[in-house]
Design a binder for this molecule. Structure first.
Ligand code: ARG
Length: 566
């Protein structure tokens, strides 16, 4: 609503001789009271007046073309003339098109977003799906605000499990089914894990291979590790492509290997490390009581390093390289302690940029009845299989709806992926997500397909108008007399994008889109678009056009396609 809130704040500023920034214009609790409101409490206090008296005084002196003001208790409520509302909102969105919702407020600042970050050789499982979907939405949201965004895939490509994998390849050969690398590697990984547990000779050889890998020497072991990494990444890429995702940097944990020494020195120099039974630790009780029993362990007594060591090195390197305004880690809630420890170390080092580091955690993705999601065969669920399964079902659904339709396979992919993405982003991220194939693909209810269908339906009205050469007249904004709810919702979109980015909460966009779609669906029940008085039809078509544009923008920000036809 900045479109109107700014002019209201300016008018109040002119009226009172105070700076416009003092007038925070809000949405009224009850839309029946007005379109916007100014709560008078703070200003009244400063002026030594009673809030209702101030509200009445401001209302008495109010004068702004197209907007009326009324005092209701301590609130000054504003109502925008429907014609003014219609024309301003429609013209603004028509003018800005795909940039409607964008701003430059983040220009010159960098946001680093660590997301997806699966582990090599293990499958990218459903837990990574949420990180991928939420992270990619946060990338787009920040881009809309003009930030430079650096999306990083911090893949787990380091650790003792690679010793086992190397030995497994020695025993069984290097052939991993290249057409299906994720499954091939998963099988190999599981086999090596089992061998390590049951065969002491295998385990010893695996340990030796891991030591060799960590030594940094070139040779057979490093070669095999590279091979596994490459094959695995290619498998992940396929999934990313389907989700329309591209990281700016793929830097696995191994990337930071040669920075570990400098990291130790840096922490040591800050005087915050202790040796505890040969291990290098940073105690954290002093900066956060609840971390008293859980110091951050940086180096084990045998000299090996840990996930936290590499994450700390990565964080320093990111700070130096990007001087970020925000560093977001989109990682599940089960790593809460890990990120509190990382931030704890920064606090102990008195680094003033510590608050810029944020753990963006989220709930679980669960199957029907809150069960763990499993594949059809009951094994670990591989992400790509999940996508296939839903797209397959989506094809059935769209075929049933429209047996003669063209491009059904393409639409099914858009609907299937859209359904998964929307289901994931629909509620606050911290809540668990229930995954029920039938439910998320339903065209009724607050689902991805419902929103995509709303978009396609608007597109279809526009095609019909085009075919009938309707909508060429000058718009008569009286034709949008019933569209107040839609117009207000449309005007709010830029605020929603901004707030969703700030709170790292893509669900604000999802909930907004649902509300906009409801408003639209209510509106066209009572207002026919085509075949009216030419000026009325023109105004209503303009509303259809800009509504389609905003829904399209919103869907794309979330990572969903906006089909023209379904
Ligand atoms: N690879 C880790 C996992 O799957 C997630 C990494 C998240 N990013 C980070 N910088 N720690 O659990």
């Amino acid at each position: 609503m900045r479109l109107f809130a700014d002019s209201i704040a300016q008018a109040l500023a002119a009226q009172t001789g105070r700076p416009a920034a003092e007038f925070r214009i809000e949405l009224p609790r009850d839309p029946a009271l007005g379109d916007l409101a100014f709560p008078c409490f703070q200003l009244a206090k400063q002026l030594g007046k009673a809030p209702p008296a101030l509200a009445a005084e401001l209302a008495g002196a109010w004068k702004l073309e197209g907007i009326t003001a009324q005092a209701t208790g301590p609130f000054l409520n504003f109502r925008i003339d429907r014609q003014v509302l219609a024309e301003r909102v429609v013209r603004t969105i028509e003018g800005e098109g795909v940039s409607y919702g964008c701003s430059r407020e983040g220009a010159g600042q960098t946001v680093v977003i660590d997301y997806s970050s699966p582990n090599i050789a293990k499958p990218m499982h459903v837990g990574h799906l949420r990180s991928t979907i939420i992270g990619a939405a946060l990338v787009r949201l920040h881009e809309q605000l003009g930030y430079r965004v650096v999306g990083i895939n911090h893949i787990g490509d380091w650790g003792s499990q690679f010793g086992g994998l190397v030995v497994a390849i020695r025993r069984r050969g290097k052939q991993i089914d290249e057409t299906n690398p994720v499954h091939g590697l998963l099988e190999l990984y599981q086999w090596s894990k089992q061998q390590v547990e049951s065969d002491p000779a295998f385990a010893a050889e695996a340990r030796e291979a891991w030591r060799e890998l960590e030594s940094g020497r070139e040779g057979e072991v490093r070669e095999l590790w590279r091979h596994v990494t490459k094959v695995s990444l290619a498998g992940f890429e396929k999934t990313y492509r389907r989700l329309g995702i591209r990281h700016d940097l793929v830097r696995g944990e191994s990337w930071y290997e040669n920075m570990l020494q400098a990291t130790f020195e840096r922490v040591e120099k800050a005087g915050v490390v202790e040796l505890s039974q040969g291990a290098l630790v940073v105690t954290l009780g002093g900066v956060e009581k609840s971390l008293k029993e859980t110091p951050c362990l940086l180096r084990q007594s045998d000299g090996t390093t840990l996930y936290a060591t590499r994450d700390l090195a990565a964080l320093f390197s990111r700070w130096e390289e990007f001087g970020f305004a925000r560093a977001l880690y989109v990682v599940g809630g089960e790593q809460k302690l890990h990120f509190r420890q990382l931030k704890g170390v920064l606090k102990r080092m008195s680094l003033d940029w510590e608050p810029r580091v944020e753990h963006i955690d989220f709930g679980l993705l669960l199957g029907p009845g809150r069960t763990k999601l499993a594949s059809r065969k009951g094994a670990v669920l591989v992400l790509d299989d999940l996508l296939d399964e839903v797209v397959e079902e989506a094809l059935r659904v769209v075929q049933e709806k429209n047996p003669e339709g063209a491009n059904l396979a393409e639409i099914a992919e858009q609907v299937g992926i859209g359904a998964i993405v929307f289901n994931d982003l629909k509620r606050e991220r911290i809540k668990d997500v229930l995954f029920d194939k039938q439910e998320i693909l339903s065209f009724e209810g607050d689902t991805g397909p419902y929103l995509q269908y709303t978009h396609a339906r608007l597109a279809s009205i526009l095609r019909k108008a085009e075919a009938a050469s309707e909508g060429r007249a000058a718009p008569d904004w009286n034709g949008l007399g019933e569209a107040g709810g839609v117009l207000i919702a449309l005007a709010r979109y830029p605020d929603v994008v901004r707030s969703a980015a700030k709170n790292c909460e893509p669900s604000e966009v999802s909930q907004y889109l649902i509300q906009l779609a409801h408003e639209l669906n209510n509106w066209y029940v009572g207002s026919r678009v085509l075949g009216q008085e030419p000026g009325i039809t023109a105004a209503r078509l303009a509303l259809v056009r800009v509504s389609k544009s905003v829904i399209g923008n919103g869907l794309r920000v979330l990572g969903m396609a906006a089909p023209e036809q379904m």
